[in-house]
Design a protein around this ligand. Structure first.
Ligand SMILES: CC(C)(COP(=O)(O)OP(=O)(O)OC[C@H]1O[C@@H](n2cnc3c(N)ncnc32)[C@H](O)[C@@H]1OP(=O)(O)O)[C@@H](O)C(=O)NCCC(=O)NCCS
Length: 221
């Protein structure tokens, strides 16, 4: 089934053949180890790759609305019955403009609303600060750090290089609660007192310092 999600600046849709060049632009040189196995060496490989992604209803191209040109992608994998792991990958040229947050927020909302997600989680390597910040902007909870969790590349001696990896997650009930508070914040410009307790409950293992760089008005308290 064809999917298209519109946000203020973006169009999130199934992959099309015309995305091959744009995908090649950033997957020819993946910036993080976890995408090394997706590396594309030629445009022909990129064409085959977008064809494969186009058949997968949990793989989406993120495009600038005006031009319908791909700037990144978001994806999910379902774990029956109602858990999804998610990921994102954007062309560096479009980094630092809030596009990834805008796309990921709409994507999570789509998974909760249209795909029956109850729990959504993401693995993020310990050194991937940008992706950690993105998870926090999405109100995902840092549930812990796995030590020497996974290996995407090898050390110079050929042994696997293991990475420490965080897990971030959010439940549908918390997503709805955060959405409700965000509406309240923007409507009234002040934080209802009960929000303190509830947000602290949601983010049980966060410290106040963790909130400092978030867009949420709660951060300003
Ligand atoms: C992870 C990744 C998607 C994050 O991208 P990003 O552009 O930093 O994320 P956001 O969309 O949340 O952008 C936030 C930044 O845009 C800025 N910004 C500018 N205009 C903005 C706007 N209109 N709205 C919101 N933020 C805006 C924010 O201030 C913030 O800047 P900061 O990082 O200096 O604090 C990107 O770095 C990436 O694709 N990396 C490679 C792949 C990867 O690591 N994937 C995850 C594997 S776990």
């Amino acid at each position: 089934m064809e999917t298209s999600i519109k946000t203020e600046r973006l169009y999130i849709r199934n992959f099309e053949i015309k995305d091959a060049e744009g995908l090649f632009a950033y997957l020819s040189q993946p910036r993080v180890n976890c995408f090394m196995d997706e590396q594309l060496r030629t445009l022909e490989e990129a064409v085959a790759d977008v064809e494969r992604r186009g058949d997968d209803d949990l793989q989406y191209a993120v495009c600038l609305k005006k031009e319908d040109s791909i700037i990144g992608n978001v994806f999910a994998m379902k774990e029956e019955p109602d858990t999804y792991s998610v990921g994102w990958h954007f062309n560096e040229q479009y980094q630092g403009k809030g596009y990834a947050s805008e796309a990921a927020r709409a994507f999570l909302d789509f998974l909760f609303t249209n795909k029956g997600a109850r729990r959504i989680y993401a693995y993020v390597e310990e050194n991937n600060i940008r992706s950690q910040k993105l998870c926090e902007r999405l109100d995902m909870r840092n549930e812990g750090l796995f030590i020497d969790f996974i290996s995407f590349i090898k050390n110079s001696d050929g042994t696997p290089k293991y990475e420490n990896t965080f897990i971030y997650a959010i439940l549908k009930k918390d997503w709805e609660l955060c959405g409700m508070f965000n509406v309240q914040f923007s409507k009234h410009g002040e934080v209802p007192s009960e929000a303190h307790t509830l947000l602290d409950t949601i983010n049980t293992n966060k410290t106040r310092r963790d909130y400092e760089h978030r867009d949420n008005p709660y951060a300003k308290l």
